[in-house]
Design a protein around this ligand. Structure first.
Ligand code: AR6
Length: 168
């Protein structure tokens, strides 16, 4: 496995990294899944900062502080909804990872953690999503010093196995 890439199974809201990525929606005002968990753990000041961001386009990302999280920052990325694969979903998801990594680099984030963006309510196939996540990240790390280390966070054993096979 690439020394700058790590895989863990667990809850991304508990990680003491420079930034965790949120799987948000275009409004950036919270929601269910990992977004709900991040807002609940970070506290109400996060929503206040998010209100000033005026939302975010699909395939892009925006950064906030981490508030009550152990993570210093949150990069809110908006993944695509899966409609079957013919609406540029793969390009959108790749763009989501790239935008998040660019924001991390520009903010000199050393340690960054990603959940499986779009693989919950948004219905993106987990194996294809993991392939895109790993591919975009490896490509970015080859060209950039920051982030120094990227952690993929799987929320289930099955999701962990999916990443594990790709990273071996
Ligand atoms: N830590 C790590 N991964 C998690 C956690 C957690 N605490 N909780 C869930 N996951 P989802 P999406 C995994 O549905 O598909 C929200 O309402 C989960 O198992 O959170 O991008 C937003 O507001 C799955 O693999 O995000 C949007 O409206 C992955 O995180 C919409 O859902 C993403 O699942 C975004 O949908």
């Amino acid at each position: 496995m690439d020394k700058r890439i790590e895989l863990i199974k667990g809850d991304i809201t508990t990680l003491a990294v420079d930034a965790i990525v949120n799987a948000a929606n275009t409004r950036l005002l919270g929601g269910g899944g990992v977004d709900g968990a991040i807002h609940a753990a970070a506290g109400p000041d996060l929503l206040q900062e998010c209100r000033n961001l005026n939302g975010c386009e699909t395939g892009k990302a925006k950064i906030t502080r981490g508030y009550q999280l152990k993570a210093k920052h949150i990069i809110h990325a908006v993944g695509p909804i899966w409609y079957g694969g013919h609406r540029d979903e793969t390009e959108m998801l790749a763009s989501c990872y790239k935008s998040s990594l660019e924001i991390a680099r520009d903010n000199k984030i050393k340690t960054l953690a990603f959940p499986g963006i779009s693989t919950g309510v948004y219905g993106f196939p987990k194996d294809l999503a993991a392939f895109i996540a790993v591919n975009e990240t490896k490509r970015f790390l080859q060209k950039n010093k920051y982030p120094e280390k990227v952690t993929f966070v799987a929320f289930s054993d099955e999701h962990f196995e999916t990443y594990s096979k790709l990273l071996d």
